[in-house]
Each structure stands twice: as C-alpha cells, then as structure tokens.
Ligand binder design. Structure first.
Ligand SMILES: Cc1cc2nc3c(=O)[nH]c(=O)nc-3n(C[C@H](O)[C@H](O)[C@H](O)COP(=O)(O)OP(=O)(O)OC[C@H]3O[C@@H](n4cnc5c(N)ncnc54)[C@H](O)[C@@H]3O)c2cc1C
Ligand SMILES: O=C([O-])CC(=O)C(=O)O
Length: 338
C-alpha cells in the first residue's frame, strides 16, 4: 500500500497518545505530530493526572466505560512493566468523600479501578463534615514525565515531530492525506467550534512526603493527590475564565480547604503554583468528517474537548481514533488490507 501521510495536531496527552496509537498500529502511515506548544508547556503537563471521571451526558455509557477501561488497562500495564519509573505512572490509593450522600454511590468506572468499596464509619471519622465516602486504588499519570516518554515511543515507531502554529486546516491539506485534530481548547479557533470553552483550574505542588493517600471532595473543587516527587493540591473550576496567572485568593482558598481535610498540610512547603485551562465541552468530540480544503474533500478526525478528564480518557479515545483513521483509509482505498 502507498504510504499515507497522517498529521496529528496537538502535543498534549491527547495528541501524543493518539499519535503513538496510530504510528504503532499502522506502520504504512507516515505520522507527523505538529503543535505550537510541547511539554512542559501544555495544559496536560500541569494536570494532577488522576484516573477518575465524571459522566458525559450524551455519549453512550458503554463507550465511556470502554474509554476508561482501555486507558486504565494501558497505564496499569506500564506500572507493572519495567517502564514505570520512566513513564511517570503510579498506583494511588485513597478516598473520595461527600458532604451529602450522592444519588449515585457507585460511579460507572467503579468496576475498573481496584478494590472499590464504601468507606467504613471508622475511616469517615477523620472527616466530620462528610457523611459518605468511597475508597479505591486508581492510577496517577504525571504528564511532565509521561509526555516525553510517549514522544520517545512515537519517534521509535517512525513518527516525526514539528513545532509550529496552524491557523487553518487549509495549511495542512497539500502535505497530508488525513488530519487528526487533537488541539484541545485550540479547536475553538482552529475549527471554529463555539462549544469548546475553558474551565480554569489552579493547583499547587507542595512538599509533604508523609501524605500517602489521595483525598478528593466529591464537589470536585478540593483535592490532595500525592505524586512521585510532590503532592498536588487543588483546586478551582472557573468556567469561561481565560486567566492564566496565579491568583493569590485562589492559593489561599486551596491551602485553607486542603488543610481542613489534611491539617498537616498547613506546614508543607509550597514548591510551585500552576494554572491550566481545561478544554471543556458538553461532550468530548471524537468523530470523523470530510472537510472541503483547497478544492478537495479531506478526512479530518477530531479528538478534543475532554475537560477535566483528558489524562483519564487519553488512551481510550486514542483507540477510537485509530478505528476512525482505519475507516478513512478504507474509504480512500477499499481494496487495501488494514
Ligand atoms: C488544574 C487541572 C487539573 C487537572 N487534573 C486532571 C486529572 O487529575 N485527571 C485528568 O484526567 N485530567 C485532569 N485535567 C484535565 C487535563 O489536563 C486535560 O483534559 C488534558 O490536558 C487535555 O489534553 P489535550 O491534549 O486535549 O490539551 P493540551 O494539553 O492543552 O494540548 C493541546 C495541544 O494542541 C496544540 N495546539 C492547539 N492549537 C493549535 C494550533 N492552532 N496549532 C498548533 N498546535 C495547536 C497545543 O500547542 C498543545 O500542544 C486537569 C486540568 C487542570 C487544568
Ligand atoms: O477533579 C479532579 O479530581 C482533578 C481533575 O481532574 C481536575 O481538576 O480537572
């Protein structure tokens, strides 16, 4: 089969996962990953990286389960291999706690994480403001280590990397046969998607090696995630807020809320403060379409809009994109064996 030129736009966790998936599975494709920002300057780099998810309203639950399971199994296999220390992935055990008993006590992903169970009354005593809790072991994927590791894996599979900003998909249509759009919040301007919007999140990294378990308030605004070299504490969820500067009021609020859950954190040294804009959308967009570019129909596969769950869903949605790229290839060349 003739070499098919594929371009993946985006060097965050969605772009690199997708590029690795395609380049490893389809060796007759030449894959280029193109982006204006690379690690450590993407949104993905600052994410806490905990594998955890909320349910999207209009995506079939079976598909969301598959996204979660594929990602979990992929990262768990890394943890269980000799690559774990280089890839920045670790197991993480802890608690999600609720001030009021939630309507759904067993989220859809509870069957994929390890040892999911309700917290005991004894465990809940530590959190007098909370009435209910879930204990489980999940994974934490630190993208500032994971992205360079994926990039090496991508290059090993023959992938090429280029740093530049694209103002329109037209710029790519002469050089590539298939365009894969993983540009996150950039899709707002790149493909004119008015549905994608920022949800600002601020987090701090603190030195607190004695904190061994994660604690997440079910409201999604307060969390403590021990990581490989530091503990990420957060956070904020500010819709349609484009500010990338650290806000001192948010820093104070994060320290107060987290110290209420884990009082020893008031003594922890702050190592860094960070703000990122979650590429949010009612549902992530994982689909293909034909776009008229420079007088011809070009297959474009989209994979963006994962909001606060991009690290969690990256590998699972990349597997779907691989299937969508296969469908594009089949339409371009129905006789080819893929
Ligand atoms: C505070 C915070 C905590 C988080 N914690 C978690 C967590 O614990 N678990 C979890 O699963 N998720 C978490 N997230 C969410 C996660 O960070 C995102 O869902 C994820 O990073 C999105 O990845 P992405 O690759 O789509 O976007 P990005 O990482 O933003 O990457 C987008 C890429 O597209 C490129 N690009 C965009 N436009 C163009 C253009 N026109 N031309 C060229 N390149 C372009 C950019 O340069 C960049 O390389 C968190 C987010 C925040 C802010
Ligand atoms: O909500 C969490 O636990 C972490 C996260 O994904 C985010 O801040 O977006």
């Amino acid at each position: 089969m003739k070499t098919v030129r594929v371009v993946v736009v985006g060097a965050g966790v969605i772009g690199f996962s997708t590029a690795v998936c395609i380049s490893e599975a389809l060796p007759f494709c030449s894959v280029t990953l193109l982006a204006d920002k690379f690690s450590p300057d993407t949104t993905s780099d600052g994410a806490a990286g905990i594998l955890f998810a909320a349910q999207f309203p209009d995506i079939p639950l079976e598909r969301q389960k598959r996204w979660f399971k594929d990602s979990f199994d992929h990262l768990l296999a890394i943890v269980q291999s000799q690559h774990a220390p280089d890839a920045g992935v670790m197991l993480s055990s802890g608690f999600q706690i609720f001030k009021d008993v939630p309507a759904v006590k067993k989220p859809f992903w509870s069957e994929f994480v390890i040892g999911f169970r309700p917290m005991t009354d004894d465990e809940l005593k530590r959190f007098p403001d909370h009435k209910f809790g879930q204990a489980f072991t999940t994974l934490k994927c630190e993208c500032s280590t994971y992205l360079p590791w994926l990039e090496k894996r991508f290059r090993k599979a023959g992938g090429r990397v280029e740093q530049r900003k694209i103002n329109s998909l037209q710029e790519l249509s002469n050089s590539f046969d298939i365009i894969v759009n993983c540009s996150g919040l950039g899709s707002k301007t790149l493909v004119g998607d008015t549905e994608v919007y920022p949800v600002r999140g601020q987090v701090l990294k603190v030195e607190a090696p004695w904190v061994q378990h994660f604690i997440r308030d079910g409201d999604g605004k307060t969390y403590i995630y021990p990581g490989i070299a530091s503990v990420t504490i957060g956070g904020t969820r500010q819709e349609a807020d484009w500010r990338l500067q650290v806000d001192d009021g948010d820093t104070k609020g994060i320290l107060e809320r987290c110290s209420r859950l884990e009082p020893s954190l008031s003594k922890a040294k702050i190592l860094s403060k960070w703000v990122g804009l979650r590429p949010s959308r009612r549902n992530p967009r994982v689909e293909r379409e034909l776009v008229q570019l420079q007088g011809r129909q070009v297959p474009v596969v989209h994979n963006y809009g994962h909001g606060g769950w991009g690290v969690t869903l990256a590998w699972g949605t990349a597997v779907d994109v691989l299937e969508l790229v296969r469908q594009c290839l089949h339409e371009m060349s129905p006789q080819a064996k893929l």
